[in-house]
Design a protein around this ligand. Sequence first.
Ligand code: COA
Length: 464
Amino acid sequence: MTAGIDDISIYIPRLYVDANDFAEARGLDPAKLQKGLGVSKMAIVDTNQDPACLAANACLSVMQNNKLSPEDIGRLYVSTESSFDESKAMNSYVIGMLEQVYGQGAFEHCGGVETKFACVSGSYALYDNLNWIRAGEAEGKAALVVVSDIAKYDLGSSGEMTQGAGAVTMLLNDHPRLLTFDPRVTATSIRDEYDFYRPFGKETPIVHGQYSNLLYMIQVRKALEIYKDKAVSTGLIKLEPGETILDHMDYINMHLPYSAMGKKALAYLVRHEWRQLPRWKKIIQEIGMEEPVPKDPRGTIESVLRDHEFMTKDHEFTKLFTQTPEYQEVYEAKLSSSLIASKMIGNLYTASLYLGFRSSLEFEYQKGIDLEGKRVGFGAYGSGSSAMVFSGVIQPEYKEVVKSMNLEEELGSRRKLTLNEYETIHENKLGLEESILKTKHEFILVNVNTSIESRGERRYVFTK
Ligand code: COA
């Protein structure tokens, strides 16, 4: 049985910090954000928004756009790394909010959990729900997989320039208009790591940024190797001599903690794939330098990062590689459109990969390209750490959905925060009722109980 994504909706908070204002306030060159990281705006949540509100708003929009009723939905999963409760799952809050619109008990038949594994958990939730559909358990119902996060780092930390917030809801069913996933090729890699983590009670993560960048690329590459074996052994893809598996992906969507990370990760994957092929000789000639190798090629990530001579040469090599016409062609054709939304919104942790997918659909369609039958590869990564690589094929009915995608319109009129306003919100100095914006037809948080017997209970309303 086939299964895939029928529609996607997003909810992005309307407040943002401008990258140039941010750079000026932190004494940074704005080009580091705009060009180096590919960040131009970072979405920030208002005082009365939490990741559950973002998730519920994105769910409501996919249900309304598709005229779905609660009976049409069999599962509702929320994947997040911005959880605020150690026990009560975020999807229960989302159901509570949706029932304010659809009536109490309207989702009682619906199952689901909150999933956690840093930024990769949404991809595991997607996979599990696709298999629920493929197994025939769905009985004609659809699944909603919501990825929702607030990427918040300490003031003054190097992660602070890669913040953002938002939610993406994916409507999954057995007759998807957008994308059908390729069966039996999903590949995973996993390993116990401390590149990025958020201990209990801490609002912001502890991050080893450069370590996490390198680990992300290594882990995704491992998953890609497994994907390749599966794709070949299942007969999904036949590799001719001189070809790489990436030649068989028309589009590649990567996890995007900031948009430039997509370019960096794609360059890493392409470089490792091409190295084995005859075409590499020409690339090396164009670059004009040999590919550097670390002093200890079998060393750890730490030893590679400590090898400054190698790191400097490798950085130079990567820059030259990404400037070759061969890489530029791959980048422009397969990845570039997926980065546009990330630049405008920032980091969405679990939702970044899927915002990128949506961005790619909208902006490739706008180029007038016929997307039917194109294979899309996904490279997911979650710190801690695990990677997933999988793929799907764009369906003939995709236009019905993609033609009405309009990111600018959906973002609506956004309100730029001054650095002072941003820092006040960041440090939680304002109460829920002191929100910057007054919204209509959206779920907002109105109370968090502080009494001993009901501490932490949250109340939400749908604004009129
Ligand atoms: N003009 C143009 N580009 C500039 C620049 C300038 N003035 N100054 C720096 N840059 C470039 C750098 O060359 C680098 O690009 P490259 O990676 O292609 O070489 C990029 O901007 C970032 O600079 P860098 O010095 O690496 O930044 P940093 O170490 O201060 O912080 C992160 C970058 C990603 C490590 C940091 O933001 C972070 O910790 N983020 C959170 C963790 C994360 O997102 N991890 C990703 C994997 S999940």
